[in-house]
Design a protein around this ligand. Structure first.
Ligand code: ADP
Length: 428
């Protein structure tokens, strides 16, 4: 039994005893006991009333004067309230500091509620996104940033995605958006100014495209002359061998220049071509014929399986380049008399173009880096086979434009399978 309860019970006992004695003298013990109970109840009700009044009107003030167990209860409530107030002040301080630091950021931070309406933003958001304090509160963010790409990103984007768009506030400025979902479909939007990065990227792209373009003419002239002089009986064998090597190297340089130009074109955002249905049966049969002619000495068995009636919506020439790169790689990296299978198939969600070979395969540590430009597992072997180191980078970019991804599975000395996975939206 707690001390409080003991004290309360002894208080009741004294009261009952006192009234019982008076009642005994007045010859009415039972009635006096009832009176004692009524007094006791009355006292409790009075305390209860005071406590209620205090809690209702001024709970922050010191509690009123109470008796017995009620005094203890009031003191406990008062202590708890004081603690909670301190914790609240502490929390508000932390929130205030967090707000101040978020406001000082260069990145725009925007809180959007579950209905897509603006809830809070920092000062960088006013500068970068043009939100106005006072007027834009509670407005739908998609009414303010109306770019369809942003609306799609806002509806479906995840923390892993990032969207790059021209600024709708400042000309020639670029912003990158990132989104994080939390709570009940609430969203935290972060926007960065990436103009400088974009400019540098553009300079790099332009430089590569211009250099490649400028190299084209001299290379054409050189190969023209080499073509004329090669295998000419007037020259000694030594000179002819030199011409042969010159022809090989100019061919390599032409391949490199062509691949670089193709990559530049694929990277540039301005040239958007219209997607059209691509007849996969025809395309893959053409590619098979080209593959048979690519290195006939190797006598590979090259098979095409069309297991899906679906057509691909896309840019046929780019898709041809990508698939052709995968097929020529399979030919290059498979020893003579190998088997190469090209398959077009689909399931409920995706369509797959896979190129499977039983060639030299790739060690697992190289696989994540294969689509980087100029990354080669074995540079000497790649150069010997006429590779530029850009083939898989081209494949990656073409697939990116078709919202597809490249899966690579391979085992050293067993073979490799490169699979292009196309989403439903790219199929008809
Ligand atoms: P490359 O012009 O060197 O072939 P790619 O970008 O096409 O450049 O390929 C990058 C590297 O990936 C190649 O150098 C090669 O080592 C490896 N690779 C690509 N395809 C295959 C394959 N089918 N089998 C084995 N290795 C491959």
């Amino acid at each position: 039994m707690t001390a409080l309860l003991k004290a309360e019970l002894s208080r009741l006992a004294y009261l009952l005893a006192a009234f019982a004695v008076i009642g005994w003298f007045a010859n009415s013990t039972v009635s006096f006991l009832f009176v004692a109970l009524a007094v006791y109840l009355g006292l409790h009700l009075r305390n209860l009333h005071k406590l209620h009044h205090w809690l209702k009107s001024n709970p922050q003030d010191y509690p009123p004067e109470l008796t017995g167990v009620w005094e203890d209860i009031a003191q406990n409530i008062y202590r708890l309230q004081k603690k909670e107030k301190e914790a609240q002040l502490n929390l508000m301080g932390i929130i205030q500091r967090a707000r101040e630091s978020v406001s000082a950021l260069d990145e725009a931070i925007v809180l959007v509620d579950g209905y897509g309406n603006l809830e809070w933003w920092n000062s960088a958001a006013e500068r970068l996104l043009g939100f106005k304090d006072g007027t834009d509160h509670g407005k739908a963010i998609t009414n303010l940033i109306r770019d369809p790409a942003f609306i799609r990103f806002f509806e479906k984007g995840t923390a892993k995605d990032a969207l790059k768009l021209p600024s709708w506030i400042q000309a020639n400025h670029y912003l990158q958006y990132e989104i994080t979902r939390f709570g009940d479909n609430d969203r935290l939007l972060i926007a960065y100014d990436i103009t400088r990065l974009h400019q540098l990227e553009q300079i790099r792209k332009d430089f590569v495209a211009n250099v490649s373009h400028e190299l084209r003419t001299p290379l054409t002239v050189l190969s023209g002359y080499i073509e004329t002089f090669i295998d000419n009986d007037e020259f000694p064998a030594r000179i002819n061998r030199a011409f042969c090597q010159m022809q090989q190297q100019t061919k390599r340089m032409s391949n490199l220049v062509n691949d670089l130009l193709l990559l530049s074109r694929l990277e540039s955002d301005n040239i958007k071509q219209e997607a059209k249905p691509v007849n996969m049966t025809n395309l893959l049969e053409q590619l098979r014929q080209e593959a048979l002619a690519y290195d006939p000495d190797k006598q590979h068995a090259i098979m095409v399986h069309i297991d899906s009636p679906l057509q691909l919506m896309g840019i046929e020439n780019d898709l041809r380049s990508a698939f052709s790169n995968l097929i020529t790689n399979a030919i290059k990296y498979t020893p003579a008399c190998g088997a190469i299978t090209i398959r077009w198939s689909n399931d409920e969600k995706y369509a797959y173009l896979s190129v499977q070979d039983n060639g030299i395969g790739i060690e697992p540590q190289h696989i994540p880096r294969l689509t980087e430009r100029f990354y080669r597992v074995d540079a000497a072997r790649s150069t010997a086979t006429g590779g530029t180191g850009l083939g898989l980078a081209i494949v990656k970019h073409v697939l990116l434009q078709h919202k597809a991804i490249l899966n690579i599975s391979s085992k050293s000395n067993v073979g490799s399978t490169f699979t292009c996975v196309f989403p439903k939206s790219a199929l008809v």
